[in-house]
Design a binder for this molecule. Structure first.
Ligand SMILES: *Cc1c(COP(=O)(O)O)cnc(C)c1O
Length: 498
């Protein structure tokens, strides 16, 4: 199977090349030229497989240039031992017809682990297949607003022939997220605070990627840059696995009948997670409505409801920071598929976005979008009320991102009367956002994150996940903090030590 670019359909690359390059040369995203189907026998057996076997089965359909052995090993390394639950994910029933798909039982307690535990293995195998990357060290640079950076560090730590550096905004991540990153273990990892916001970090990293001096320094040492951000196909394909897996588990447990349609509700930022549900549906998984939940940064809600994507607005900082996004990059992939893989449509839309900060969907695309997706958003007060309500009613503790999804699902049911069974994806442990959750439950938070966590444990009879608790006694390894203008020098310094 080959991959095309959303901005040039005639680009045709292998999956290994798509994973190494991340982005196509003209700026488009790589998409599979066709979606492989799930067979009846897949659905019959997948519920009885372990997660690594399920992963192997799905990956094989999309990454056809990898050997069976490569994929098996990658899936084993990623999913056999690194998660706190036996099957990487965990499905729990909130009430009849409503299930929570917990995707935060990995080493960093956010759903990014589901993909970033696998990506390094896909990337090193891809490098071996690509002329331009063979036998070269891969230098990963990542800007993070919190969850991605830590998940990338954990995923790439001590992976042979890779090095990973993360830049985070010094005052822009939660205390727990900062602690997680600065105590990171591993010989090939670096973490650096930037005196600026997330945009500054991201712009800095983008500039470094195209800096000819640094690229030359790298080439001299037989190294290449790569990125672990969520537009990489190697991060998207692993996310399809858990939707197929969740459906198969419900089937196996007798919760649903074969072929029964199940809705999926996702707290959405860059549109990667919910796009994976779309791909699973296109493979033939019986999914119903895909419910796209946003916080006050409701660009996607507006687009689904009006057909206009308009990023001309202030970014609002919320209690669900991983959804504080105005341009959801992976939405481009969906639009490409909905316009029957027409790169002209995509080029026109994204020229408009660049020139006018907005674009308008044509009627055909809009109609298809509305047939598949429902969009809704909720504000800060509603998010906090939902955390409290779900805790009171079901004794279930949700992080702020998951709470947004729960609220939008409730709105969806009220507005459509749809009573189909629904899976809500839970994207982070509530213990990553202790202060917000504590306040939502009506408690006064303390200054120390670990004291708040203990309060939360006592209050809700839940336990702080071990990977977070462990950071309390771990030594801080990274204290560097640089100006935005010094990021390039920092990277150059790191390259010299590699
Ligand atoms: C990244 C993230 C999201 C958003 O996921 P997308 O795939 O970018 O839509 C939601 N919740 C949490 C906790 C995240 O870390």
């Amino acid at each position: 199977m080959f991959y095309n670019s959303t901005r040039n359909s005639s680009v045709k690359v292998s999956s290994a090349e798509a994973i190494i390059k991340g982005l196509s040369d003209e700026g488009g995203l790589f998409v599979p030229e066709k979606i492989p189907p799930l067979t009846e026998s897949d659905m019959k057996y997948i519920g009885r497989m372990n997660y690594a076997e399920r992963a192997h089965l799905i990956l094989k359909k999309f990454l056809t240039d990898f050997t069976d052995d490569e994929l098996k090993k990658a899936a084993q390394s990623a999913y056999s031992n690194n998660f706190a639950t036996p099957n990487a994910m965990q499905l729990s029933k909130l009430y009849p017809d409503c299930y929570v798909l917990e995707l935060f039982h990995g080493p960093t307690c956010a759903f990014k682990d589901m993909a970033l535990q696998l990506l390094p293995h896909l990337m090193t195998a891809s490098a071996a297949k690509c002329e331009a990357a063979r036998d070269r060290k891969i230098v990963i640079l990542t800007a993070t607003s919190g969850d991605t950076g830590k998940a990338a560090l954990e995923g790439f730590r001590d992976v042979a022939n890779t090095s990973v550096t993360v830049f985070y905004p010094e005052d822009g991540v939660s205390l727990m997220q900062k602690r997680q990153m600065t105590t990171q273990e591993g010989e090939n990892v670096r973490v650096c605070a930037v005196r600026g916001n997330f945009d500054d970090c991201q712009t800095g990293v983008k500039e470094i990627f195209t800096d000819s001096e640094l690229i030359a320094e790298l080439a001299e040492k037989n190294m290449i840059f790569s990125s672990a951000n969520s537009i990489n196909w190697g991060r998207l394909v692993p996310q399809i696995i858990y939707y197929v897996s969740a459906y198969a588990e419900l089937l196996e447990a007798g919760e649903i009948k074969q072929g029964e349609s199940v809705n999926i509700c996702v707290p959405t930022g860059n549109f990667g997670n919910i796009l994976a549900a779309y791909y699973a549906k296109q493979m033939g998984l019986p999914l119903g409505r895909l419910i796209c939940a946003s916080n006050s940064n409701n660009v996607l809600t507006d687009c689904i409801n009006t057909g206009v994507y308009d990023k001309n607005r202030e970014l609002i900082l919320t209690a669900s920071p991983s959804m504080d996004i105005l341009v959801s990059s992976n939405f481009e992939r969906l639009l490409y598929h909905l316009s029957d893989n027409d790169d002209n449509v995509i080029n026109a839309l994204f020229t408009d976005l660049k020139e006018e900060s907005k674009y308008i969907l044509n009627d055909k695309v809009r109609k298809k979008l509305n047939g598949l997706f429902y969009g809704g958003w909720c504000d800060e007060a509603e998010t906090k009320r939902t955390i409290k309500k779900v805790s009171d009613e079901f004794g279930y503790l949700m992080d702020p991102h998951t709470a947004v999804a729960y609220k939008i699902y409730a709105d969806y049911k009220k507005c459509t009367g749809d009573t189909a069974k629904t899976i809500i994806t839970a994207t982070a442990s509530p213990y990553k956002f202790c202060s917000v959750v504590c306040r939502a439950l009506g408690q006064m938070p303390e200054a120390d994150e670990f004291i708040i966590a203990k309060k939360l444990e006592a209050l809700t009879n839940t336990e702080m996940p071990a990977p977070l608790a462990r950071t309390e006694s771990m030594p801080v390894r990274f204290t560097d903090s640089v100006e935005k203008s010094e990021m390039k020098r920092a990277v150059s310094g790191i390259i010299k030590t590699l």
